[in-house]
Write a protein that binds this ligand. Structure first.
Ligand code: DGL
Length: 217
């Protein structure tokens, strides 16, 4: 029995927390968000650090032994600085560039993510390291997290972006923001037979298992 923290700016993290609760039914899962300051995707790393650090500290006070940063934006921009300040292991989530580059047959993939993630050094490093010979399309998803948070998704707009990348030849679509997990099924339907859709929950569960095993020692 462990106490696992899950943090995101908003609803994206709930999808991840749900997957963790299903996998670790004997553990307590504490989910915290910061919906007052959403979207994180248009903030600077400095702003994010000021917002996130005190929340993670509170989560440790609540007993979290490990915290899943269920937010690509926070992971790609500030996880290194957070790890210097936060005393429990942090499990991050970042766009699945490497598996996408490995699985594409057309050599074209699409990464759907927030502006802050796409601008981050870490994301640039992922592309330079794993996707040098792959064309990476980055559709404009800048308002998706806010729409999903408000439960007011402009389907025409979202579908339009997905169809554009499919028509451009993408055969892998990476969900690089946890909010988009809530529209995964719709994207899967649009992409059926043309592209696979990758999201990180199974990989996060595997990583969390490793971290929990190391805590037990
Ligand atoms: N869910 C977050 C992510 O994975 C960010 C959403 C936001 O912009 O606040 O990037």
């Amino acid at each position: 029995m462990h106490t696992i923290g899950v943090f995101d700016s908003g609803r994206g993290g709930e999808s991840v927390a749900r997957a963790i609760r299903e996998t670790f039914p004997d553990s307590e899962v504490i989910f915290r968000d910061d919906s007052a300051h959403l979207p994180y995707g248009n903030k600077t790393p400095e702003q994010l650090l000021d917002l996130v650090t005190p929340i993670l500290q509170e989560m440790i006070e609540q007993g979290c032994e490990v915290i899943v940063i269920a937010c690509n934006t926070v992971t790609t921009t500030i996880i290194r600085q957070l790890r210097e300040q936060i005393s429990v292991p942090l499990v991050g989530i970042e766009p699945m560039v490497k598996p996408a580059a490995q699985q594409t047959k057309t050599g074209i993939v699409a990464v759907c993510a927030t502006p802050a993630t796409l601008k981050s050094k870490r994301y640039g490093w992922l592309k330079d390291t794993y996707a040098k010979d792959t064309t990476v399309l980055e559709p404009d998803c800048s308002d998706w997290a806010a729409m999903i948070q408000a439960n007011n998704v402009d389907r025409k707009k979202v579908d339009g972006r997905i169809i554009e990348v499919l028509d451009a030849g993408a055969d892998v679509i990476v969900l690089g923001c946890t909010h988009y997990h809530w529209i995964e099924q719709d994207i899967q339907k649009l992409a059926k037979g043309r592209a696979i859709v990758l999201q990180p929950e199974p990989a996060i569960i595997r990583q969390l298992n490793r971290v929990l095993a190391s805590l037990a020692v």
